[in-house]
Write a protein that binds this ligand. Structure first.
Ligand SMILES: [Zn+2]
Length: 154
């Protein structure tokens, strides 16, 4: 999803994709950090402790995040948008930073959508992958055991 036609070249070949504006590289670039020598978490921690440059970075990225969310809200009209990865820090932990351009969405969907962190915090992706791997077992544990037993006895 292109949101900044004057933005950085994306690895997909387009320019200004949402990822180039809100991804980890975008945060590091906005903070003036070397891409391979710093972590986004360093900037989140600095912002949390009141570092003005880090807060400016988070506000900039938060603005692009909100702009993209606003577009998605206009298209899909979701009730909830869950921000995983480092993105939930933008709304959950850094004072004064908010997703402030969701306002670009139409009024009714904007008033109804909730932008929130995942309930499982930083482990949500890992837990989701684990649940996917074990989905068949969780759905039918006795059936899996019975099929496994029949394989052993045959
Ligand atoms: Zn792209």
């Amino acid at each position: 999803m292109v949101i900044n036609p004057q933005g950085e070249l994306c690895r997909c070949g387009a320019r200004g994709c949402w990822e180039t504006q809100i991804g980890c590289d975008a945060v590091l670039r906005a903070a003036g950090r070397e891409l391979d020598a710093a972590e986004v978490q360093d900037i989140v921690i600095a912002a949390r402790s009141g570092d003005d440059a880090a807060l400016d970075t988070m506000r900039t990225v938060g603005g692009w995040l909100g702009l993209g969310i606003g577009d998605l809200v206009n298209i899909f009209n979701p009730e909830v948008v869950v921000l995983g990865g480092y993105l939930h820090h933008l709304i959950a932990e850094v004072p004064g930073v908010k997703v402030d351009r969701v306002g670009s969405s139409r009024r009714a969907p904007r008033e109804q959508v909730k932008v929130m962190p995942p309930e499982l915090a930083d482990d949500s992706t890992l837990i989701g992958a684990g649940e996917l791997a074990f989905a068949e077992l969780l759905a039918d544990p006795l059936g899996i055991l019975a099929r496994s037993a029949s394989l052993v006895t045959s």
